[in-house]
Ligand binder design. Structure first.
Ligand code: AMP
Ligand code: MN
Ligand code: MN
Length: 318
């Protein structure tokens, strides 16, 4: 399932490097943080100097993970091995990495990956980049300390929404079980990553839920700058509300529109099995997976909503 040559080349790059620079995507989710920290902690345990860079830092939800405090905002292009994890294209690093800086190793599971590095390990069937690393790191000869196992398990938990996505296989569960065997505290990590939320996030959900709309299998809502002001919620994301839109009975696709301060709208799609929203996201300049994709679209909330809903309806009616 992996290309043996690419796996060997990536292992070589990591094993021979003195200093490793790791970047993951802007607005990081649990897999971005978990795979970056899991890789970093395993490499540090092997005596490497490692710098983890995330353009937007580590969200509160994942600050309990070891190494979160040492994350910086800029990668190091002079490192011996420059690695991207969980990024479909080099631009996903945002301000942490200039697009013309070379990347040695790209480890990712996005179907839309552009293979931008010298060595590309891309596995669209993998449930999370963290799941790939749980398999690859021991195979490369890097043992997983409990802190690394915990970070990787967090990536698996968040990308599978607690093992609920349709791509979860027995092999994925075995990889997770292996991390639990290494000491990762499953229920504690699950609670931190997927259950616990701020009071403000629930108030923010309330704003979005009060305007939820449905048309056949399409369910959508929006979140505005004003919603964030009213609720006291301070991030420019959807606080994971989109996953609940598609939980509506008979829904096929859920879409959320999050107004941004820079005149763009962050669009997130979630689809039930049988629907593929990744191509739709690519058409709007984004990317993602078959059941979960996103894009940042320039324009007013009303305009973006009109265009995106029209295209999503067309997909549902095709
Ligand atoms: P989100 O809608 O942000 O929760 O993201 C869902 C999936 O789509 C994740 O796997 C993201 O990595 C991917 N994604 C979201 N936004 C973008 C974007 N602007 N470009 C490429 N991929 C994206
Ligand atoms: Mn991600
Ligand atoms: Mn991922």
């Amino acid at each position: 399932m992996y290309n043996a040559q690419e796996v060997a080349a990536a292992g070589e790059c990591l094993r021979t490097a003195r200093k490793v620079s790791i970047v993951s995507h802007q607005r990081p989710d649990g897999d971005a943080v978990g795979s970056a920290l899991g890789l970093a902690l395993a490499l540090k345990a092997a005596g490497k100097q490692v710098v983890v860079a995330l353009a937007d830092g580590v969200p509160t939800t994942f600050r309990h993970l070891a190494g979160a405090d040492e994350v910086v905002s800029q990668g190091d292009p002079s490192a011996d091995c420059r690695v991207f994890v969980d990024c479909g294209d080099v631009g996903r690093g945002g301000s942490a990495w200039q697009a013309d800086w070379p990347v040695d190793v790209n480890i990712d599971h996005h179907k839309t990956n552009t293979r931008f590095a010298a060595v590309n390990i891309v596995a669209p069937h993998a449930v999370a980049t963290a799941a790939m690393l749980a398999e690859l790191l021991p195979a490369w000869g890097f043992p997983l300390p409990v802190e690394a196992a915990s970070a990787l398990l967090t990536g698996i938990l968040t990308d599978t929404i607690g093992f609920r996505t349709s791509n979860v296989t027995a092999d994925a569960l075995r990889l997770a079980a292996d991390l639990v065997d290494r000491g990762a505290p499953l229920s504690e990590l699950y609670f931190k990553a997927l259950v616990e939320r701020s009071f403000e996030a629930l108030r923010y959900w309330g704003q979005g839920l009060s305007r939820i709309q449905r048309e056949g299998g399409l369910v959508w809502t929006s979140l505005t700058l004003e919603d964030r002001r009213i609720s006291g919620y301070h991030s420019n994301d959807d606080a994971d509300l989109v996953g609940y839109l598609v939980s509506v009975r008979d829904a096929a696709i859920g879409v959320i529109f999050v107004e941004q301060p820079d005149g763009t709208v962050k669009v997130s799609w979630r689809a039930r099995s049988g629907w593929d929203v990744s191509d739709l996201a690519v058409r709007f300049g984004g990317g993602g997976h078959v059941p979960a994709a996103g894009a940042t679209v320039p324009g007013s909330l009303d305009d973006v909503q009109r265009k995106v809903l029209a295209a999503t309806r067309a997909l549902l009616n095709a």
